[in-house]
Design a protein. Structure first.
Length: 279
């Protein structure tokens, strides 16, 4: 299937060359779209130079840096317009291994045609390299919180290594995608589940970046928790409202049944005059 690997970048001039080399080596049939948010370090220029000598590499320049989510959505739009059938999310920093990319694409191409394939750290066979115990605990706890609050069964809802089918993205209600930062991954997982999309997880090994500067911060985790909590409140409120409607409907039905039974009893009950006639 015609595949596009979308790689958002901001100040990734050190990491991008290696990421492109690995994708081209392990998935030579796939095309790559670098979505650069006007990086001041020259990442966009480097991507342009690479694209000029490799017809499998493309570049989309965005004028503003307004978050990971909008960058991916812009890349998806570009890919859908160009007729790609599978669209991949992949980091530029080398944390997503190109060896695993091949396996995710192969899974997406299987006959059961999953709508979304997630490269998961927390299913059997998944792993991380170079992570502290604290970071592992934070990630696992965050995903557990997502599962409990949103009711999702995805083990790694925060994962950013994914393959989407184009037809699912075409049906996507963009008004439901509100997260700008790293909460985008949880947001998309929730939207796909709400659409009834089929999600499968494949084990990957997530590697700590080898070059460049990490974009992760405490604010990212705070954003995710805040968004998930808000979505959870909305979901639970909706469930309570639905339950109240069902309960009200059942009470009204029971009341109407009692009234009909009482009316029938009154019609069948003999009057005093009829009792006198029989006597």
């Amino acid at each position: 299937m015609k595949t596009l690997v979308v790689i958002p970048t901001y100040n990734e001039v050190e990491s991008l060359p290696g990421a492109l080399d690995r994708v081209r080596q392990h998935a030579p049939a796939a095309h790559v779209l670098v979505v650069d948010d006007s990086s001041p370090d020259g990442t966009g220029a480097l991507a342009d130079e690479r694209a000029s000598r490799d017809d499998h590499v493309h570049v989309l320049h965005r004028r503003q840096k307004n978050g990971l989510g909008p960058a991916y959505l812009a890349g998806f739009d570009w890919g859908l317009g160009a007729g790609y059938e599978l669209l991949v999310e992949m980091d530029a920093d080398g944390s997503h291994r190109a060896e695993d990319l091949v396996l995710l694409i192969q899974r997406a191409e299987m006959a059961d045609a999953p709508d979304l394939v997630i490269g998961s750290r927390w299913v059997a066979g998944g792993a991380t390299q170079g992570w502290s115990a604290r970071r592992v605990a934070l990630s696992r706890a965050g995903n557990l919180y997502v599962n409990v609050v949103l009711g999702t069964r995805v083990r790694d809802a925060t994962a950013g290594f994914r393959v989407y089918r184009a037809d699912l993205l075409r049906r996507l209600d963009r008004s439901q995608v509100r997260a700008l930062g790293y909460g985008f991954q949880v947001n998309m997982t929730k939207v796909v589940e709400d659409m009834g999309g089929r999600i499968v997880e494949m084990p990957i090994t997530f590697v700590e970046r080898q070059a460049g500067q990490s974009k992760l911060s405490g604010g990212i985790f705070t954003e995710e928790l805040s968004l998930v909590t808000r979505w959870g409140v909305v979901k639970r409120s909706g469930q309570l409202l639905d339950a109240a409607k069902v309960a009200g409907s059942r009470l009204r039905a029971a009341r109407d049944k009692r009234r009909r039974a009482a009316a029938g009893y009154q019609q069948q009950r003999p009057t005093s005059s009829s009792r006198q006639k029989r006597s």
